[in-house]
Write a protein that binds this ligand. Structure first.
Ligand code: S3P
Length: 453
């Protein structure tokens, strides 16, 4: 199979458009596919993200007997109720590149009638599954062979019991897997969690009408859920993904004399760490037209090109609210005045690629001084007048969509001649990425290369 490589130089001056929209939110899209399947009837989801990660979730639910039809921009899912999934012997479910699908699906299969094999692509096979295996075993779910990475095999016990558990990683994937398993018990599950994105909590309460309580106490979220309740069927319109919007926010910020409005983006406080961080660094990003949609705040984001960006020393407790945006934050730090410091970023090296290592590698490649600190921290010496002239090649990055898209933004914002491999990987999360760049006026050249490079 031939694959594509892209060539980018700085070629974007005044944007051809001042208003764009981005694809639907990935976290919400995957959750809505999984949870509508357990609901009590026909659900419609508009503006579902049609990315590879979400399509992996769709094909898994179809294998579990759920009818899903995607027509134009509406996805129709016929829920079969909390215990209605069709389990068969020798079922193999492939999550592709999607960590969220792999982890949440384990919660959904916590009561599986037969052994189910869950697998994924080469990148996902390297990621840790212990974080969900350990607590799911407390519910009674069984796992074969003590495996901690995909493929794993799991099945349910006779009766799933509610649990009490402390989720220390600040992982929304882990928390959500446990919340879904909790639904299948006949009792009260109590979770103490380091805060992370809270879409599952909001969907449980505002969309599915489930008895869930969330209390914030001493830097933790205490979540209690009563299981064995019906999930109400629903209609939903997915807002834009702040993680996708962030590439265009940073491009605008680092370009000259541009402004951009990104319409209808989810601005859940647990996701907008990037906006808060960029504003602390001197960006003046505005939130306009704010509305509340089924518990999720949605708004337009307005950003202008900004000179005089300044370094930041980020408090680690804010990391999880910008967990998918650190490559972009590093990029902005590399052209900000002063020395930026980030700490406790071990989770970054557990993503689709070793993202902390990739961030450091890209910055060093473009001549930025970076020092690694104890406990997965970094110090970045910014160069406000950085103008790149050399050739830069980005390859062998485990097809990590966020590495690919960050490198493309670096090329358009900072100059140089960039050659970036694995062109199609952005389809994992943001299929409209290249067409949106083209809309703004970027010219991107592409060429095929043989699959062995
Ligand atoms: C996600 C949670 C995050 C994030 C991922 C999506 C989710 O992972 O990195 O892209 O939808 O719950 P962790 O919760 O494991 O940090």
């Amino acid at each position: 199979m031939n694959k594509k490589i892209i060539f980018i130089k700085k070629n974007i001056n005044t944007f051809k458009k001042q208003s764009i929209s981005v694809d639907g939110d990935k976290s919400l899209s995957i959750r809505l596919i999984l949870l509508s399947s357990l609901s009590d009837g026909k659900c419609n989801v508009k503006n579902l993200l049609m990315s590879e990660d979400v399509l992996s979730a769709v094909s898994i639910m179809k294998k579990l007997g759920i009818k899903i039809r995607i027509k134009k921009k509406v996805c129709e899912i016929i829920g079969r109720g909390l215990f209605g999934l069709k389990f068969k012997k020798n079922l193999i479910l492939d999550s592709g590149n999607s960590g969220t699908t792999a982890r949440l699906i384990c919660g959904l299969l916590s009561d599986a009638k037969y052994w189910v094999k869950i697998t994924g692509d080469n990148s996902l096979k390297k990621r840790d599954m212990r974080r969900i295996i350990k607590p799911l075993k407390l519910f009674g779910t069984k796992f074969k062979n003590n495996r901690t990475k995909l493929p794993i095999y799991l099945r349910g016990p006779e009766i799933l019991k509610p649990i009490k558990y402390f989720e220390k990683l600040g992982s929304a994937q882990c928390k959500s897997a446990l919340m879904i398993a909790a639904l299948k018990t006949s009792g009260k599950t109590e979770l103490r969690c380091v805060p992370s994105r809270n879409h599952t909590e909001i969907i449980f309460k505002k969309v599915l009408n489930l008895p869930i309580k969330v209390k914030k106490k001493k830097n933790y979220d205490f979540i209690s859920i009563l299981g064995n309740k019906k999930l109400k069927k629903f209609n939903y319109k997915v807002p834009g993904d702040i993680s996708s919007a962030s590439f265009f926010i940073v491009l605008t910020l680092l370009s000259k004399n541009n402004f951009l409005r990104i319409k209808n983006v989810n601005i859940n406080p647990s996701r907008i760490g990037i906006l808060n961080i960029l504003n602390l660094m001197g960006a003046k990003i505005k939130i306009l037209n704010k509305k509340l949609y089924k518990g999720e705040p949605v708004a337009d984001i307005f950003v202008k090109s900004t000179k005089n960006l300044k370094a930041i020393k980020l408090k680690p407790k804010l990391n999880s609210f910008a967990i998918d945006e650190f490559l972009l934050i590093f990029l902005v730090s590399s052209v900000s005045k002063g020395v930026s410091t980030f700490r406790n970023l071990s989770e970054l090296n557990k993503k689709e690629s070793k993202r902390l290592d990739w961030g450091i590698k890209i910055l060093r490649m473009i001549g930025i001084k970076v020092k690694t600190l104890k406990n997965n921290g970094v110090k970045i010496w910014g160069q406000p007048n950085l103008k790149l002239k050399k050739e830069y090649v980005i390859k062998n990055f485990s097809r990590d969509h966020r590495v690919f898209m960050t490198a493309a933004i670096a090329a358009l914002a900072l100059g140089g001649s960039w050659k970036i491999y694995d062109r199609d990987c952005f389809k994992t999360s943001f299929p409209k990425f290249i067409t949106t760049l083209n809309l703004l006026g970027a010219k991107i050249n592409e060429k095929n290369y043989s699959s062995r490079y």
